[in-house]
Write a protein that binds this ligand. Structure first.
Ligand code: UDX
Ligand code: ADP
Length: 555
């Protein structure tokens, strides 16, 4: 580890020096240091003796130097994170906030993204993020496009670059495309002049660390690289909360002495604010697989409740009541049991596809099929939703205006990656509907881009994504829910934004074509109230209107 690469607070520097002296047994140096601090004690032997005792007492008890390894005390590290995205940006901002003595640089090849991080309009919307960034930016948090400089100076390099699903060749449609990872690893090897810890932050398939290790060691020029897997578990919309108070931090590393040291160095960073009993240290593969497993389990819960929602509609049960009753079992728990139009986001589908591919590669087709089913149910749920809309509107939406309320994959984020809204909108456009879309955090350019992009293209750096050719004419994007719903035949609620719960539905009803439909893909509206106003309401997994019973949808 490089030392003194960052400007540290004077007392911390002193603390490091003292630790070094004690552990290296340089007693004479310690006395000299002591005299520098208490010069007055030299001519007074008794006073010298007293201050010496006080000095050692102070060191051992206040700094608790005996309990720690001097290497660790001295770790005034410099951190660099490659990839200033949804994971890299917020994670590094919180590390900078919680570790003021560490300098954190977040680098990216995207100039526009870095410019945005350096501006007042951050490139991602995340509650609480602005405050954190404002507190540290320019002090110990920097955003830069000078990737090589910051990587070469860093002690710890986090890698949080894109890992898209392959669209061609071996493993197409399932395996992760590690192009960006590989180029980041080669660049690290090229520019490094000192030993480094390289941390996998973006989710990667199991055994990626091994591949990266090979790239680094084969190009190392004698430099020691330690690879760690430190998957991020933050959820968007609550990222800052999750980072401040994580359920756990997972660090996987090699079980060699150097590997263990690297794990400790990273653990020390998190230990600034995370209780040590929440920092789990494992081997590399366990850490990599745990991340895929955690996301697969979460997605599986949603597909389970969504599968139940179809049965509820068929039988007259209410999925919210079923979820509530099931979730009361403490072994199951109440979280992540909200039926919806389907899960979205950059992780769930991609991670399960990775898992499926790994299972297939390891000769486990039955396990692969088990996990594939989670995605199939998710696709079924989105298709089912579109079919409900079309069938209930006399089996055609051609030329009809449908208002889409919410485009982000969940509330409190502007992220649209794998949002169910894309598939629902494409389904409706396929039936020639006219769409008027409103989302408080997603702009027109993003929506047009998403609706014209091919599957999996979204997970490439923005400058490599295909430009949206010509905008889709049947789609208009507006900045107000009332504007979106004016003259519409139907409303689809696709994101659970709080503001959609309190809209003036009476006013909306009056301005719509009749019969007026509401299709609630997030179960947020008061169904009884809306029916009273006059709407025909479909809410996922809830007892159906007579109208809908008379017009069954075939999924
Ligand atoms: C997820 C994991 O939660 C997080 O730990 C991991 O680091 C990244 O992937 P994220 O994708 O940000 O986080 O959002 P999450 O809250 O998990 O929601 C994912 C999707 O599931 C959203 O579309 C959400 O609306 C949907 N969802 C969630 C449901 O449909 N029902 C639920 O009960 C919960
Ligand atoms: P995540 O949700 O995992 O943070 P994002 O797509 O939001 O993923 O962010 C990944 C970032 O990584 C993008 O901003 C992209 O420009 C950046 N990136 C990809 N490859 C490189 C690279 N070789 N060097 C620097 N940045 C990179």
């Amino acid at each position: 580890m490089g030392r003194g690469t960052v400007k540290v607070l004077p007392w911390l520097d002193l603390r490091g020096k003292l630790g070094d002296y004690i552990y290296s047994g340089k007693v004479l140096d310690l006395l000299v240091l002591h005299l520098k601090i208490f010069p007055i004690s030299l001519p007074l032997p008794f006073f010298f003796f007293l201050t010496q005792i006080f000095f050692l007492f102070f060191l051992f008890f206040f700094f608790d130097l005996t309990a720690q390894d001097p290497e660790r005390i001295l770790k005034m590290v410099k951190i660099c994170c490659i990839g200033a995205g949804y994971v890299g940006g917020p994670t590094m901002a919180v590390i900078a906030l919680k570790c003021p003595e560490i300098e954190v640089a977040v680098v990216d090849i995207s100039v526009s993204r870095i410019n945005a991080w350096n501006s007042d309009a951050l490139p991602i919307y995340e509650p609480g993020l602005d405050e954190v960034v404002k507190q540290c930016r320019g002090k110990n948090l920097f955003f830069s496009t000078d990737v090589e400089k910051h990587v070469s100076e860093a002690d710890i390099v986090f890698v949080s670059v894109n890992t898209p699903t392959k669209t061609q060749g071996l493993g197409a449609g399932k395996a992760a495309d590690l192009t960006y990872w590989e180029s980041a690893a080669r660049m690290i090897a090229d520019v490094s002049k000192s030993n480094k810890i390289v941390v996998e932050k973006s989710t990667v398939p199991v055994k990626t660390a091994e591949a990266i290790e090979k790239i680094l060691t084969h190009n190392s020029k004698g430099i020691n690289f330690q690879i760690l897997s430190n998957p991020e578990f933050l959820a968007e919309g609550t990222a800052i909360q999750d980072l401040f108070n994580p359920d756990r931090v997972l660090i996987g590393g090699r079980e060699t002495p150097e590997g263990k040291k690297a794990v400790e160095a990273l653990r020390d960073v998190y230990a600034h604010w995370v209780p040590v009993d929440r920092i789990i240290c494992t081997n590399l593969w366990s850490a990599e697989l745990s991340k895929l497993a955690a996301n697969a389990f979460l997605a599986q819960r949603i597909s389970s409740v969504n599968a139940m929602s179809a049965l509820c509609e068929a039988t007259g049960a209410d999925v919210s009541q079923v979820s509530h009753a099931v979730g009361k079992d403490t072994r199951i728990g109440p979280k992540f049991l909200n039926a919806s139009v389907g899960f979205g986001g950059s992780c769930f589908q991609k991670d399960i596809l990775n898992l499926v591919y790994i299972c297939e590669c390891n000769g486990l087709p039955d396990v692969a099929n088990y996990w594939k089913q989670v995605i199939k149910v998710n696709d079924y749920q989105k298709t089912r939703f579109v079919n409900r809309i079309v069938s209930s509107m006399f089996n055609t939406v051609s030329g009809k205006k449908i208002a889409i309320l919410g485009f982000a994959f969940k509330k409190d984020t502007g992220d649209t990656r794998e949002t169910p809204a894309i598939d629902v909108c494409k389904g409706l456009l396929g039936d020639k509907a006219r769409l008027s879309i409103y989302d408080p955090q997603v702009n027109e350019e993003q929506i047009q881009r998403d609706l014209s992009m091919k599957k999996f293209d979204w997970d490439h750096p923005v400058h490599l994504q295909p430009m949206s050719p010509t905008s889709i004419k049947q789609v208009s994007v507006v900045w107000d829910a009332y504007e979106a719903t004016k003259d519409a035949h139907g409303i689809c609620i696709l994101t659970e934004w709080d503001e959609f719960k309190t809209l003036d539905y009476q006013r909306i009803y009056e301005n719509m074509q009749k019969p007026a439909f509401v299709f609630d893909g997030r179960n947020i509206v008061d169904v009884a109230k809306l029916r009273e106003i006059g709407f025909i309401v479909y809410s996922i997994g809830k007892p159906l209107d007579q109208w809908l019973k008379d017009m069954p949808a075939v999924a």
